[in-house]
Design a protein around this ligand. Structure first.
Ligand SMILES: [Cu+2]
Length: 492
């Protein structure tokens, strides 16, 4: 097997990770002592709220996994990739215990949840040292949208390493679209996409030196996405060997989370024999329902984004796949060819054809009266030590408040990407409406969007509740960890 050494030369910025890698090496030594065997990964546990309370324990720790005949050292919550799924309803109380079994700091971010950013809630300034234990507790607001959210670590300078080694899990807030029209009869399938980069465990590698392994093109699974913790195994016709069954006349509902650290996923639902794309209806973005279904031919999901789609399974025979399509940006991690992620196979039919519901959520247009528009510019600074990723000319500093907004205000932000590579914008706590992106606007709320190279987008954000400090940043976590993040404070 080709061994791709990570050097500062072929991976800009990788040298900066030395400190983290050395720390991981200590974890590797610990693994040897425990002597865990390589095994297929267990399915994620499901923690559901009971009598209004969701109790769960999350333990991030090292695991070994065999992928394509090689054994790799990865990081997982409770031993599974993705980690346990958390399921709650609006008004429920969430009580989580985080036990850090790693040898470096970690914490939790509840991506997209509209809960307080301080105390023991979605407080990303709280960091947990190796071996430490922390309690999180918060209430899901009564008016919280029902949909797909996720959790992942957010300890600055460790996030990239931890997320692309496996730390991510789904949060489902139940209700809303779950109960509308024919949706309860739909075949529902959750898809967690992860761009795991593998940490080499077995030889050849120099003892004491763990390095990030980037699969070479000739390897069995070059540059492939993990789907629900597994690399899809394909049959001779190019379908995923293990299929998900759908019925003629039914509805297929896919909830897709891009839990990658850095990969932008371009997706479509395709019948390969006809090369014809299925008509798909987007019904929710980032856990927020659309007012009505919106038909599209393909999807672009940046790291952190979720989408919920419906498609009608009318054909009645054969197979079709959710595919990843090539997407070109200034990143070596993007795929060069299309590949199937999940294959669906017809089996039987439903007694009566199911319909796409026409009304989904109550969504109203935000109105902004706060002028002038705030400018948030993403830029790069090249230094002799490497590239620094910046916002408004500054590198991230957790002890500095970069901008203050008034509680109860609605603001327009112009997000300007002044670089040759795509970035993303993610804001904690509050979702936003897209007012103008290449002439397009949207009613549906999102918590993350793409900022294509040398383009800008205007978003409208309402800071209705939850005063306190939190963050906004690029969700390509490699960039985030290298400075592309700022502190926002909502003041009463
Ligand atoms: Cu970026």
């Amino acid at each position: 097997m080709q061994q791709a050494e990570s050097t500062a030369k072929n991976r800009p910025g990788i040298a900066l990770q030395r400190r983290d890698l050395l720390k991981l090496t200590a974890g590797l030594a610990a693994m040897r002592r425990i002597g865990l065997g390589a095994a297929a990964g267990p399915a994620p546990e499901l923690f559901t709220s009971e009598s209004g309370v969701l109790n769960a324990v999350l333990e991030p720790g090292f695991i070994e996994r065999e992928i394509g005949g090689q054994t790799y050292l990865l990081v997982a919550y409770n031993g599974s990739i993705p980690g346990p799924t958390l399921e709650a309803r609006p008004r429920d109380t969430v009580r989580l215990t985080l036990r850090n079994k790693l040898d470096h700091p970690t914490n939790l971010h509840f991506h997209g949840l509209h809960v307080p950013p301080d105390g023991r809630a979605d407080n990303v300034f709280l960091e947990l040292d190796a071996g430490g234990c922390a309690q999180y507790e918060f209430k899901i607001p009564e008016n919280h949208p029902a949909g797909l959210f996720w959790y992942h670590p957010h300890a600055h300078s460790f996030s990239d390493l931890q997320i692309r080694s496996g730390l991510a899990g789904l949060i489902r807030i139940r209700g809303g679209i779950d109960d509308i029209g024919d949706v309860p009869q739909a075949v529902t399938y959750d898809v967690v996409l992860q761009d795991l980069e593998y940490f080499v465990w077995n030889p050849p590698h120099t003892p004491g030196h763990l390095h990030v392994h980037h699969p070479a093109p000739e390897e069995p699974h070059p540059n492939r996405l993990m789907v629900n913790g597994r690399l899809p195994v394909l049959d001779e016709k190019g379908f995923v060997a293990e299929t998900v069954k759908v019925a003629q006349g039914g509805l297929l509902r896919l909830r897709i989370a891009n839990a990658s650290a850095n990969r932008i996923c371009r997706l479509a639902v395709v019948s390969p024999d006809t090369a014809v794309g299925h008509r798909i209806w987007v019904i929710a973005t980032d856990g927020n329902p659309l007012p009505g279904p919106q038909t599209v031919s393909e999807l672009l999901l940046v790291p952190g984004q979720r989408v919920e789609i419906l498609t009608q399974t009318v054909r009645g025979q054969g197979k079709f796949s959710l595919m990843e399509l090539p997407y070109y940006t200034a990143s070596f991690l993007q795929p060069k060819a299309a590949s199937p992620l999940v294959t669906f196979e017809y089996e039987g039919s439903v007694p009566r054809p199911l319909q796409i519901p026409q009304r989904l959520g109550e969504v109203s247009e935000l109105l902004s009266w706060n002028l002038p528009v705030r400018r948030v510019e993403f830029s790069l600074l090249t230094t002799p030590d490497g590239v620094i990723f910046r916002i408004n000319g500054k590198e991230f500093d957790p002890n500095r408040v970069d901008l203050q907004v008034k509680l109860g205000s609605v603001e327009d932000w112009d997000l300007v990407n002044n670089t040759f590579m795509d970035h993303t914008f993610h804001l904690h706590t509050n979702s936003f409406q897209l007012v103008d992106s290449a002439g397009k606007s949207e009613l549906a709320l999102r918590d993350s969007i793409i900022l294509p190279r040398f383009q800008s987008a205007r978003v409208r954000i309402r800071f209705a509740d939850f005063p306190g400090k939190t963050l906004f940043h690029c969700h390509e976590v490699f960039h985030e960890d290298r400075g592309m993040m700022q502190v926002i404070e909502v003041v009463p």
